[in-house]
Design a protein around this ligand. Structure first.
Ligand code: AGP
Length: 361
């Protein structure tokens, strides 16, 4: 559909693509629903269930989605997972398990670093699954199986809707294989994803807040930190990448507990620190980390899940299932990066030095 690749009334593709995220989640529910459930094809379920270990291979934002995927396959389905950066894996292969299954995550399906790994593992005789937005892409054609993201064309160089689509599809796959192998599950993923779609919409409807946060925290910042623990740590890596790519502000994502092992030395008067607090069992610890950086002059913005918020937090996220929090917590980070880039007059859709898909190793 032509409207998919036109900006319409939007000033930027990135804004349009962020806005599409609730629709993308709903499309994924539709594409993968079977009766009351969401699931994937039987041959993919078998391949996942037979593997003794999954190796997720990806780059950039797709790698960050893979880090969340690991949590899903391990916590929901009980399958051990390793996540590797494609460009490292190919030339420094770890010892592999007896029955590995390789999962390539790639929005474009054309990333050369990922493809060289696919070529190598095929030579070794291993099976592969590609999770991609582009049907018929190289990684999709060359792998044994494909799961599609159904996110529609993503034009902006900074990936947004593909990230949430990747996480949602990985959740569906992990949930489906858990059901297949008889794991007792205490939640209904289809229903929880519908709640996520509404939650993302709520955040998008309040974008003005994110514009204000970008103005307050990042207008003159030279650097910024994103901290979190557990899944929030994975999302903080993505928040930092978004900000770097489009606003050129130097940014780092950090595990909250790791700060005191070095990075806290960089905190000065006014350093912006974005802290995610969506995971109950580490809520107190991340609050502690915030106190540590504030005591050293940081300008902290806490993004907390509803029910875990405290007075003074700068943003409260609509409640979703604890495993699915990355799908909502990343959205304010995307929007904050977008507005920070706008305030700094950067070319949001086509940041300097970057290409949408990197087809050279
Ligand atoms: C994301 O904002 C980046 N532009 C980049 O990191 C991207 O995610 C990476 O190059 C991987 O691309 P792919 O998903 O198409 O393989």
């Amino acid at each position: 559909d032509a409207s998919d690749i036109e900006k319409g009334t939007y000033p930027h593709y990135m804004l349009k693509e962020m806005d599409e995220q609730p629709t993308v989640i709903r499309k994924i529910i539709q594409a993968y629903e079977q009766g009351e459930d969401v699931t994937v094809d039987a041959d993919i379920l078998d391949a996942l269930a037979e593997a003794d270990r999954l190796y997720i291979i990806a780059a950039g934002t797709s790698y960050h989605a893979g880090l969340i995927g690991k949590q899903y396959f391990e916590k929901i389905a009980g399958i051990p997972v390793e996540v590797h950066i494609s460009s490292e894996f190919g030339y420094n292969m770890p010892l592999l398990s007896k029955k590995p299954l390789f999962i390539f995550i790639s929005q474009s399906g054309e990333t050369a670093d990922s493809r060289q790994v696919l070529v190598k593992i095929k030579e070794l005789g291993y099976k592969s699954l590609t999770v991609t937005n582009v049907q018929g892409s190289t990684l999709s054609r060359e792998a044994d199986y494909t799961l599609l993201l159904h996110a529609g064309p993503e034009i902006a160089v900074a990936s947004t809707k593909a990230y949430v689509a990747q996480i949602a599809v990985l959740a569906v796959a992990a949930y489906a294989v858990a059901k297949q192998t008889g794991v007792a599950l205490d939640f209904d993923l289809k229903q929880e994803l519908a709640i996520v779609a509404n939650g993302i919409q709520t955040i998008i409807d309040s974008k003005d807040k994110m514009e204000q946060i970008a103005e307050d925290y990042l207008k003159i910042a030279r650097n910024a930190f994103f901290i979190g623990r557990n899944m929030d740590f994975c999302v903080s890596l993505e928040g930092a990448l978004k900000l770097k790519e489009i606003s050129y502000i130097q940014a780092e994502g950090f595990a909250g507990g790791e700060l005191k092992h070095g990075t806290i030395a960089l905190i000065e008067e006014g350093t912006p620190v974005f802290a995610l607090a969506t995971q109950k069992d580490v809520a107190l610890n991340i609050r502690g980390n915030v106190k540590e950086v504030v005591a050293r002059g940081a300008n902290a913005c806490i993004i907390a899940m509803e029910g875990m918020e405290e007075e003074g937090d700068c943003l409260v996220l609509p409640p979703v299932h604890e495993l699915l929090t990355p799908l909502v917590s990343v959205v304010p980070l995307q929007l904050i990066s977008y507005y920070a880039a706008l305030h700094r007059r950067c070319d949001v859709d086509k940041p300097r030095n970057l290409a949408k898909s990197v087809t050279v190793e």
